[in-house]
Write a protein that binds this ligand. Structure first.
Ligand SMILES: C[S@@+](CC[C@H](N)C(=O)[O-])C[C@H]1O[C@@H](n2cnc3c(N)ncnc32)[C@H](O)[C@@H]1O
Length: 274
């Protein structure tokens, strides 16, 4: 992040690729510019499985939200780093289980915020917060407009922690710890991020993404580093699937295509809050 105090960038910079718009392009969306598409082409040269990885990550997000609403009976969601609107957004999936589900979307990308507001603000159970997701206390204060923190909440960090560097403002583990400290027992936390066990991939992709996005990126980590995020006090990993490539987490027929190569994967899972 090159501006650690602002809630979000004010203006869309169409010449500098953004993680949100690159992800949209990889998913087949239309909210992206030539700069985003060209950055994706470079990324695909280094990590050719990235398109399938993105599609499978989004399918995981849909499965996990449906599971949280139907299995845990949770009706409140905070989606950190929500991304551009696409098919099956979190509120649509949750509200298909129960229309009373309330969803707070948090993002700091101006394009996400613009389209999010246009599409979602007519839904009274949805709130869009323009914020850096590391500002946990401010997010909780603002989210309290529609979220009751005395009741269980699902805190989602899906495919976002690689955007967060290990800096003093709030490394991912501290951010998760701060968030969990605000949640009632019975809440759940979903965490996944891009990992690779190949140092070359971690280094090349991290360097490429930092350079392309003007340093608005964190880094590719290892599975062991993601495992460490789940050692935050009060978190207990849901055992059935544990921590895995999210493609393998409660798989169903939504799966489009497996990654042909595994140079990096989206790795994580779900934990309950005791
Ligand atoms: C790869 S997209 C993931 C979108 C969605 N969570 C999903 O999995 O489909 C990452 C999103 O995180 C957002 N993001 C990155 N860093 C952020 C930060 N520090 N605060 C808030 N949002 C952030 C980006 O703008 C982008 O929309």
């Amino acid at each position: 992040m090159n501006d650690e105090t602002a809630d979000s960038q004010d203006q869309i910079d169409m010449h500098t690729p953004s993680a949100a718009r690159m992800y949209d392009y990889l998913l087949g969306g239309h909210y992206n510019y030539p700069s985003d598409r060209s950055a994706c082409d470079q990324l695909l040269t280094t990590a050719p499985s990235t398109r399938e990885l993105a599609v499978n990550n989004r399918a995981f997000l849909v499965r996990v939200v449906r599971h949280i609403a139907s299995h845990y009976g949770i009706r409140q969601f905070i989606d950190h780093g929500s991304g551009l609107p696409t098919q099956s957004n979190v509120h649509q999936v949750a509200q298909s289980v129960d229309p009373s589900c309330r969803v707070v979307y948090v993002d700091n990308d101006p394009m996400v915020l613009g389209y999010g507001r246009a599409f979602l603000e007519e839904n009274q159970n949805v709130l869009i917060l323009p914020s850096d997701m590391r500002k946990t206390k401010k997010i909780a204060a603002d989210a309290a407009q529609i979220i009751d923190f005395s009741q269980p909440v699902a805190a989602l960090f899906v495919s976002v922690l690689h955007c967060v560097p290990d800096d003093s403002l709030g490394n991912p583990r501290r951010m998760i710890e701060d968030t969990v400290s605000l949640l009632a027992p019975g809440s759940v936390v979903v965490i996944c991020q891009l990992v690779s066990e190949e140092a070359r991939i971690r280094d090349e992709v991290t360097e490429l993404m930092r350079e392309q996005t003007g340093d608005r990126w964190g880094r590719v980590r290892t599975r062991a580093e993601v495992n460490d995020f789940f050692t935050v006090p009060r978190l207990r990993i849901e055992e059935e699937f544990g921590l895995c490539d999210v493609t393998d987490w409660r798989p169903d027929t939504d799966l489009v295509r497996r990654q042909e190569t595994q140079e990096w994967i989206e790795y994580g899972g779900l934990a309950t809050v005791g």
